[in-house]
Design a protein around this ligand. Structure first.
Ligand code: ADP
Ligand code: MG
Length: 230
């Protein structure tokens, strides 16, 4: 099944003389269970593509189907629903809510989705357990290391069982040990059939993905399957 179907997507910022063509006809199809790394130099259009894939922005032209739904033409409220239901986000800077326990942070997307408190708690505990942090459920972000905070963020991204996990430089702020922890979790999620898309500058990180897509000047310059380094 195709989770992500991007068809000739273009994105132009500004207009006239000042127009910036951030994406120039990107087509990309990702099947369920694939693990894709996106690389490209600064300014190549990675964040623009990520924002569109994550339904944080819409293309100027072209089509984007997520889980079979054409999201190119949805309004803001509909996009917010798609984000909550179908996408798990992981950011470089963790983006946890301060002075709020790990458990409550992980419960949050379920609260938005209207899941009842008891079920919410149970699912959040299971997600924390999956990232090896069951014993830190009552800790607040400032009582956790960077690597632990990012694992909480992974649990939060997973807890809604999204169709797509979208990670923008998830290891950019982590030391090598914590990077390995996160990559091991991604390996496990991939083996369990999750669909993962990760933006990274680090060759050690992209090497773990099953597929490597390179962006250059707003276009895909290469798209290859790779032998996964264990
Ligand atoms: P990357 O994430 O690969 O560094 P971006 O997607 O951020 O690339 O940017 C692609 C191009 O679009 C760059 O030339 C950038 O300056 C431009 N750009 C990105 N966002 C905006 C914006 N909101 N307004 C105008 N230009 C933008
Ligand atoms: Mg960027």
């Amino acid at each position: 099944m195709t989770v992500l179907d991007v068809r000739r997507v273009a994105k132009v910022y500004g207009e006239g003389e000042a127009a910036v063509h951030a994406l120039r006809g990107v087509s990309l199809s990702v099947e369920q269970g694939d693990y894709v790394a996106i690389m490209g130099s600064s300014g190549s259009g990675k964040s623009t593509l990520m924002n569109i894939l994550g339904c944080l922005d819409v293309p100027s032209s072209g089509q984007y189907l997520l889980d079979g739904v054409d999201v190119s033409r949805l309004n803001d409220r509909q996009l917010a629903l798609v984000r909550n239901r179908r996408i798990g986000f992981i950011f470089q800077s963790f983006n946890l809510i301060p002075r709020t326990t790990a458990l409550a942070n992980v419960e949050l997307p379920l609260a938005y989705a209207g899941v009842k408190p008891a079920l919410r708690r149970r699912r959040a505990r299971a997600a924390l357990d999956m990232v090896g942090l069951a014993d830190r459920a009552d800790h607040e972000p400032n009582q956790l290391s960077g690597g632990q905070q990012q694992r909480v963020a992974v649990a939060r991204a997973l807890v809604t069982e999204p169709a797509l996990l979208l990670a923008d430089e998830p290891t950019g702020n982590l030391d090598s040990r914590s990077t390995e922890d996160i990559l091991t979790i991604f390996d496990q999620l991939s083996a369990a059939g999750r669909t993962i898309l990760i933006i990274t500058h680090e060759p050690d990180v992209s090497a773990r993905a099953k597929r490597l897509v390179k962006l250059f000047d707003g276009q895909i310059s290469s798209d290859v399957r790779q032998v996964v380094a264990a």
